[in-house]
Design a protein around this ligand. Structure first.
Ligand code: ZN
Length: 471
């Protein structure tokens, strides 16, 4: 009887080399307070300048999310009262964000669903507070990082939708190469708002949940919150408009601040930064950065290559892997074979060697060569796996390894004949037994043949020859 409405605000660090308004390095993991300068520390009298690369990446995201791109984007100062932002304001966007009124598709239980995007805007990140006992320390390395905020309309219904949206979004920014989307390192962060109401009554009173730092927590926190608000309404109480936090140890949300304490972020124009008006060249660069988005690539892979849902999910998760897959296919190897090996044995080797596919010795050409050996029955499955390991260990091509180790399958008819004749001669009593009707012994003979050739004999040909000999 209740309807729920969920909206997400996602923040991503853009992969620009320097900060949003100064030339300090934007890099994770450096020693505290080493990437700072008078601009990002907010000293008096300094002048910020907008990072054009960050603007390009921001417009790229807005374009991919089907937004109306702003022909004149402006910056505002947003009042801010925490010590992690030394200026007492944050430069953000309000009046004319980079993009607005967009949409993106997600797939929930096999069905496509359009999620509207309210706006995409740029801002600078705050520093990082570290609380140690009685003291609080601040690292300003992160202050001034180019941060892109993407705000959805409340089109998501349950925590599950939000989790899917978030994962989909993470893939999208990685595909576009605008952010590494890493939640553990804080380069993707998420706030959510949720309201419920009687069916048909529209939005209810909005509760915000801050700092959700994994897609699983987003799901848990939102579902908890929907249930909590439903219970309140069941009891005839009202939901108070407030900001809450997810407590991951107790699996509940708790109040952070109520509406009365809510911060009043007044915005006023940033006088030191002129509006940015993208040129035709700039917009062309933004267009050139667009790629086939993960969800469409997934649909295409399933249709074009007849892969299973699971295989496709695995392959398209990382754009580099999906590109690699298509490269191997183009070299003429059966698609299901590539998919199976890629998600199975190749992945095992990568894990074992702690490597990413693209930096491994298994180039698409080498992988295709290996699978062709297997496909043409020139090598059997077990040896193909050994060859794969050897490619990783020795950084050589599969052809060289197979030749050096003499692993190629014995398929030559004369050679097979001779080998089998030898085995039969060595096992005359077994042959006699089979000829007098004990068919169970055939398996034993096959085993002996395999043993004699270290498993290299082509089993189909061997079976055929054996049948001929035994009648
Ligand atoms: Zn700086």
């Amino acid at each position: 009887m209740y309807e729920s409405f969920v909206g997400l605000e996602i923040h991503i660090h853009l992969l620009a080399d320097s900060k949003m308004f100064c030339s300090c390095k934007a890099q994770y993991g450096d020693e505290e307070n080493t990437n700072v300068c008078p601009v990002c520390l907010g000293y008096p009298g300094v002048l910020p300048t907008a990072n054009e690369k960050a603007l390009e990446l921001a417009y790229t995201v807005a374009e991919a999310l089907n937004c109306e791109l702003s022909p004149r984007t402006t910056f505002e100062r947003k009042n801010y009262f925490y010590p992690d932002m030394p200026k007492n304001y944050q430069i953000s966007q309000f009046e004319h964000p980079v993009g607005k009124n967009g949409w993106v598709e997600i797939e929930v239980n096999g069905e496509k669903k359009k999620i509207r995007i309210h706006d995409v805007h740029l801002e600078e990140d705050a520093g990082k507070m570290i609380h140690a006992g009685d003291v609080s320390l601040i690292d300003y390395n992160r202050a001034g990082y180019p941060l892109l905020e993407i705000v959805t309309e409340p089109d998501l219904v349950r925590g599950e939708d939000a989790e899917i949206y978030l994962k989909n979004f993470q893939r999208l920014v990685r595909y576009l190469g605008v952010s590494d989307g890493n939640m553990e390192e804080g380069s993707l962060r998420c706030d959510a708002n949720v309201s419920i109401n009687l069916e048909g009554q529209g939005l209810g009173r909005k509760v915000e949940i801050k700092n959700l730092n994994s897609s699983r927590f987003v799901k848990l926190a939102l579902n908890y919150e929907i249930d909590r608000q439903s219970l309140l309404l069941d009891e005839g109480k009202i939901v108070s408009q407030e900001t809450r936090l997810w407590n991951e140890n107790r699996d509940i949300t708790t109040v952070m601040r109520s509406k009365e304490q809510a911060l009043d972020y007044r915005y006023f124009p940033e006088p030191d930064l002129p509006p940015f008006c993208p040129s035709d060249d700039f917009l062309q660069k933004v267009k050139d950065r667009q790629v086939e988005l993960p969800l469409y690539r997934k649909d295409r892979f399933i249709k074009e290559y007849q892969l299973t849902e699971d295989q496709t999910e695995f392959i398209i998760d990382d754009k580099a892997v999906a590109d690699y897959f298509e490269q191997v296919i183009s070299l003429g190897v059966p698609t299901d074979m590539v998919a199976t090996w890629l998600s199975g044995d190749v992945q095992k080797e990568l894990n074992k060697n702690n490597m990413k596919l693209l930096e491994s010795p298994l180039s698409p050409e080498r992988f295709a060569e290996l699978l062709k050996y297997l496909d043409e029955d020139r090598i059997h499955g077990k040896l193909a796996k050994q060859t794969l390991s050897a490619v990783f260990d020795e950084n050589k091509s599969p052809g060289d390894i197979i030749a050096e180790k003499g692993w190629e399958q014995i398929s030559n008819a004369d050679q097979v004949q001779t080998l089998i004749e030898q085995v039969l001669a060595d096992n005359q009593s077994v042959v006699d037994a089979i000829k007098s009707g004990d068919d169970r012994q055939r398996g034993y003979l096959m085993g002996q043949i395999m043993k004699k050739t270290n498993g290299r004999i082509n089993p189909q040909i061997a079976q055929k020859v054996l049948s001929e000999k035994l009648g």
